[in-house]
Design a protein around this ligand. Structure first.
Ligand code: SAM
Ligand code: CA
Length: 264
């Protein structure tokens, strides 16, 4: 429970960032709102427009059901947003992913987005320290007819990765890996995942804009968990940008997702 609380995120808390909050930098706020600024997402209304125009009308029934079920759960702020779920689903289809991994499942919204995108014989190795939350969403995943693609492992992910690395056949075996768990371990995950993902495969690290705190001043008021993980996220972002074994692309979807394509 403590570990779960450690990784809580709030998708909606980003809105102030998307408004160009940048604490203490008024110029940035006004520049952000100028026509022609490279980022178009200027308001909550624009985000709602995306959800209502292109996400909700195309959201599979099972994902809607899981989203609504999760909304009633006390830790619902951890869930993947509907627009990010749609993005993951599209990405997996674009790269023809078949063998995938997810670290950090919660009630399974991103897991279901993945499972629905994979072919019938696709596989997801899904890991979480908490089985109870996974089992909350499981009936919806079963009803959607995609549970057979999922192998759920309860427990910390790191030892599982270490064990997998012992077996040569796991090296380069994954087309896609989604990391959405304990942010203080992302660098440790990366060191291992880079050998498990195939050359040309993709690792997605979630929450790399960390509630927008990556650009907040040191003394800016921040929730405790945001402050605690901020330095880990900043370190990760620097490390990924400097890693010659990957190409990267940081997208302002959800709380920020950095896609890493293994190149050697
Ligand atoms: N991807 C999920 C979704 O779409 O709803 C959200 C995942 S939530 C932000 C983070 C999850 O990581 C929690 O369910 C938590 O139990 C799990 N977690 C935390 N530490 C972990 C660890 N060391 N290994 C595996 N899972 C962990
Ligand atoms: Ca997340």
């Amino acid at each position: 429970m403590a570990e779960v609380a450690k990784v809580v995120i709030h998708p909606n808390e980003n809105q102030s960032q998307q408004n160009g909050e940048g604490k203490g930098n008024e110029n940035q706020v006004s520049r952000h709102q100028e026509v022609g600024h490279k980022s178009l997402l200027q308001s909550d209304a624009l985000y709602q427009y995306i959800l209502e125009t292109s996400v909700y009308p195309r959201e599979p029934e099972a994902m809607k059901e899981l989203r609504e079920l999760t909304a009633k759960h006390p830790w619902n702020i951890m869930t993947t947003s509907a627009d990010e779920g749609q993005f993951l689903n599209m990405l997996l289809k674009l790269i023809n992913a078949k063998n995938t991994m997810e670290i950090g499942v919660y009630t399974g919204y991103s897991l279901l987005a993945t499972a629905l995108a994979l072919p019938e014989d696709g596989k997801i190795l899904a890991m979480d320290i908490n089985r109870e939350n996974y089992e909350l969403g499981l009936p919806v995943i079963q009803k959607a007819g995609v549970a057979h693609k999922i192998e759920f492992k309860e427990g910390p992910a790191l030892p599982v990765l270490d064990q997998m690395l012992q077996d040569e056949k796991n090296h380069g075996a994954f087309d896609f890996i989604f990391v959405d768990a304990d942010k203080d371990n992302y660098i440790n995950y990366h060191k291992r995942l880079i050998d498990l993902v195939k050359v040309g495969g993709v690792i997605g690290y979630d929450n790399t804009l960390w509630n927008g705190s990556v650009v907040a001043a040191e003394d800016a008021p921040m929730r405790k968990y945001v402050k605690y993980y901020r330095d880990f996220v900043l370190e990760l972002n620097k490390a990924l940008a400097a890693d010659p074994t990957i190409e990267i692309c940081m997208l302002p979807v959800g709380d920020g997702i950095t896609l890493c394509r293994r190149i050697n």
